[in-house]
Design a protein around this ligand. Structure first.
Ligand SMILES: Nc1ncnc2c1ncn2[C@@H]1O[C@H](COP(=O)(O)OP(=O)(O)OP(=O)(O)O)[C@@H](O)[C@H]1O
Ligand SMILES: [Mg+2]
Length: 266
């Protein structure tokens, strides 16, 4: 028998698929719920093929991650393309944020995450710094929580694919005009955070020059130190980046060398 259904099945078979595993059914459900919500917004998410309580089979975006593309572009001094790519990611992020206010069912665990930062500060003999944060933690948490209205996307460039590009095509020609970005990994989207949290996740990477970051922050009127809640968010996110880096450096040297291989080690 052939007919429209047959055609649909054939098209479906042509989709390259990937299976993502989740630790438990709650996480799977959250990811499905987030993907379903985001698929209705004007950003591209993978089509869901099927799911079980601990896996989701979804469309695989063939291309290069935005993170790898940024690395290659920066290494080749194509800084205006770096800026353009980041600008597009930010535009998508703000579209997503606009349509998702209060989507999360809880607030990002600010206190717990900050306490982990202070623990590491102590391990690194930076007790004075830890004490300063602890003395202000109640106030910081309060100002963060009252402005935590937007789901935490975890908008790092590792969570996007530029479709139909490859490392060698970016190396050779940069990124094509009219490039398309695919969005995946919504593991943290059920937690509400401050709007600027994800802006930091997009912009604070070693391959982004200060002047590019400053221009984009000013284009979108983002002042990371402009209010108590913005400040609380900036300390949180940059603190988390610092924590992850020091953790790898101190306890997983070989992974550290791999993960941070192009960054200057300070
Ligand atoms: N739908 C997809 N299309 C293309 N690539 C994908 C897709 N889903 C996942 N990936 C790839 O698999 C990797 C891991 O997936 P994901 O981001 O969901 O998990 P993660 O826990 O954040 O892992 P990582 O820390 O490696 O990013 C991604 O970095 C990306 O390269
Ligand atoms: Mg990821």
């Amino acid at each position: 028998m052939s007919g429209p259904m047959d055609q649909l099945i054939k098209e479906r078979k042509r989709i390259v698929q990937t299976i993502t595993k989740f630790a438990d059914p709650v996480q799977t459900k959250r990811e499905l719920h987030s993907l379903e919500h985001v698929s209705q917004i004007d950003v591209l998410t993978p089509e869901i093929i099927s799911s079980t309580p601990t896996t989701i089979t979804m469309e695989y975006f063939t291309g290069v991650t935005a993170f790898s593309a940024l690395e290659i572009l920066a290494r080749n001094n194509k800084h205006s393309e770096v800026e353009k790519l980041l600008d597009t990611i930010l535009t998508d992020l703000f579209t997503l944020q606009e349509s998702s206010r209060h989507f999360g069912s809880g607030v990002y665990p600010y206190r717990q995450k900050m306490l982990e930062i202070t623990e590491m500060l102590r391990l690194k003999d930076m007790d004075l710094f830890a004490d300063k944060i602890l003395a202000k933690l109640d106030g910081l948490e309060e100002s963060f929580v009252i402005q935590a209205h937007i789901p935490f996307r975890d908008a790092t460039p590792k969570n996007y694919t530029i479709l139909n590009e490859s490392e060698s095509s970016v190396e050779k020609n940069g990124i094509a005009e009219g490039f398309i970005i695919g969005h995946f990994d919504f593991a943290t989207f059920h937690m509400n955070t401050h709007q600027y949290d994800d802006v930091i996740s997009v912009l604070y990477h070693y391959m982004v020059r200060d002047e590019i970051r400053d221009r984009l922050l000013s284009k979108y009127s983002v002042d990371l130190f402009g209010s108590e809640s913005a400040l609380a968010t900036t300390i949180l996110r940059l603190g988390r980046f610092w924590l992850r880096r020091v953790y790898y450096q101190s306890y997983h040297e070989s992974l550290f060398k791999k993960r941070y291989k192009f960054e200057s080690i300070r």
